[in-house]
Design a protein around this ligand. Sequence first.
Ligand SMILES: Nc1ncnc2c1ncn2[C@@H]1O[C@H](COP(=O)(O)OP(=O)(O)O)[C@@H](O)[C@H]1O
Ligand SMILES: [Mg+2]
Length: 156
Amino acid sequence: MTMPEQNARVALPTVDDTRAFGTRLAGVLRAGDLVILTGPLGAGKTALVQGIGAGLGVEGRIASPTFVIARVHPGPLPLVHVDAYRLTSLGEVDDLDLDFDANDVVTVVEWGHGLVEQLNDARLEIVLDRFADTDERVAQLVAHGDDWAERVARIG
Ligand SMILES: Nc1ncnc2c1ncn2[C@@H]1O[C@H](COP(=O)(O)OP(=O)(O)O)[C@@H](O)[C@H]1O
Ligand SMILES: [Mg+2]
């Protein structure tokens, strides 16, 4: 297991801040990256992916539709958005037979913790927290391997 090298904590008072943070994050992303999003329902995982998609300039509406597990958003740097909520194994993503090579895209996985780490030793984990009766969210960034610590330092 790769140990976390550097953490950063980002306060996200409103949904616009969460989207803006996603767009800032997009600025350091490159092909082959894996980003894992963790946090309870309504924490803002999908909102964050919407910001990432805007930053990357990809096509298609980013949402968490009930029956879609993974969606490929074409663009200059394509985004693969996975919602692993209903998945119990990584094999189920393979079984979807999606037409992309992980080396050519940015892969962002909601609910991926404990499930998709084996896809890439180097990865950014983002843990989102929410608090009762407020809009405020907090993002905890955890860098694993490669140059993620340096990239987290740039965006955190
Ligand atoms: N600071 C915030 N960041 C993100 N979402 C927020 C924030 N404040 C309120 N919200 C609302 O919370 C909900 C987050 O939903 P969503 O992004 O789908 O969460 P998840 O994918 O984690 O289940 C949205 O309705 C959004 O408008
Ligand atoms: Mg979601």
